[in-house]
Design a protein around this ligand. Structure first.
Ligand code: LMR
Length: 394
């Protein structure tokens, strides 16, 4: 039976990790996968995470199952972190999932279970795995214009025109902050217009928020999500703890289904828990317990927030340095967008052959669509990257 298996399409982001590891050159720079690296190139365990793990080790006396939805305290902590008090807690059904990707997968399956003809509107471009999972599940993905390759900002008029095709029963997938892969984000007035469009069309919003804290700060990055869930009758929110808690391999995420229909809240909660049971039964617990331990302790939470803020400011500093260096070397302001983008990524908006030239000639790895991970840089590698970008003629 296995002989009928076909080679799966390679994952563009994960394929780069392998190529980078196999490159024997000393002077190589990894700007591929979205993983935070400090100035020395390491992805450290955050201080609060270490402290929380120690506490868990000391007090945990059983590894018995939690519940299908995960530990309820984790859901409370995450609803509070992402949504704060935008909506009453009893309007949110939530399940812990294996990472943000797990939350996205569960959300798509839920959508399909509810409406087998649902279409999911996705930004062009979006995180490639959104498209891959949709296609795997046989859900129709409809692209809406998003990135303007000239300005390297959002093509907001194009986006709104394309979203007019969405109707009740469809889902519009939005990135809550720090758009992946472009780094170009909606401003507050644009979010208001999207909310109005959702209200008028009756389409359901789904927010993917995987980088809260890496753009304009933990609170600012959640503002649009909070405003949106408060303004529409129903919404899905998939959040990840991989990046802002730095617990990538623990697979910690959450799917929230917000509905103003509080009478149906227990049905929504049961439906989500059932989905977990069908796919993997109980969600992983260790990462979510770390998050809850941090969020429920004032000292740990303050320390974690300070570390996230330092990470954010470090990335902003690298953006400013790179934009200035490119301005100096190219004598033009056309790279100013790098300082305007927010989050871990910027799409520099160049062709695949120039991305390849950066890799082959300069040992600089970025995703083929010209997405670079800003956190893969440091003060010493910024000038090297800037020179290489100018040399290959971006
Ligand atoms: C990324 O976009 O690089 C991350 O979300 C990692 C991944 O799984 O693709």
């Amino acid at each position: 039976m296995f002989e009928t298996l076909k080679e799966p399409s390679p994952d563009a982001i994960l394929g780069l990790v392998k190529m980078y590891r196999e490159d024997p050159r000393e002077a190589k720079i990894d700007l591929g996968v979205g993983v935070y690296k400090d100035a020395t190139g390491l992805t450290p365990v955050m201080r609060a995470v270490k402290a929380a793990e120690q506490r868990i080790w000391e007090v945990q006396d059983s590894k018995v199952y939690t519940s299908l939805a995960g530990d309820p305290a984790f859901a409370d902590a995450m609803v509070s972190l992402v949504l704060d008090d935008a909506v009453p807690r009893n309007t949110v059904a939530a399940i812990a999932t294996p990472g943000g990707t797990g939350a996205i997968r569960q959300a798509f399956e839920l959508i399909q279970n509810i409406n087998k003809d649902a279409r999911v509107f996705v930004s062009d471009p979006t995180w490639p795995n959104h498209l891959s999972i949709l296609s795997y599940l046989g859900i129709e993905a409809v692209s809406y214009r998003y990135f303007d390759n000239e300005t390297r900002g959002v093509d907001f008029d194009g986006m709104m025109q394309d979203l007019k095709a969405a109707r009740k029963g469809d889902v519009i997938l939005l990135h809550g902050c720090c758009h992946n892969p472009t780094g170009a984000n909606l401003n507050s007035a644009e979010w208001d217009a999207v909310i109005k469009l959702l209200q008028d069309s009756g389409a359901t919003p789904m927010i993917d928020i995987a980088y809260q804290g890496f753009g304009d700060g933990l609170e600012a990055d959640a503002t649009a999500t909070r405003k949106l869930v408060a303004a529409v009758p129903e919404a899905l929110v998939a959040a990840s703890c991989s990046k802002n808690f730095g617990i990538y391999r623990e697979r910690t995420g959450i799917l929230m289904a917000v509905s103003k229909n509080t009478d149906a809240q227990s049905l929504h909660q049961a439906s989500l828990a059932f989905l977990n049971r069908q796919n993997f039964s109980f969600p992983p617990d260790h990462g979510s317990r770390i998050v809850t331990t941090i969020m429920d302790d004032d000292d740990l939470r303050q320390d974690w927030m300070a570390e996230v803020e330092a990470v954010r400011l470090g990335m902003l500093g690298l953006r400013t340095q790179l934009a200035a260096e490119l301005q100096r070397l190219s004598g033009s302001d056309r790279f100013g967008f790098i300082a305007q983008h927010r989050g871990m990524f910027s799409r520099i908006g160049t062709t695949p052959d120039k991305v390849e030239a950066l890799r082959v000639e300069h040992g600089i790895y970025m995703v083929g669509d010209s997405r670079m991970n800003i956190a893969g840089l440091n003060a010493q590698t910024v000038p090297i990257l800037a020179q290489a970008i100018v040399d290959v003629g971006v």
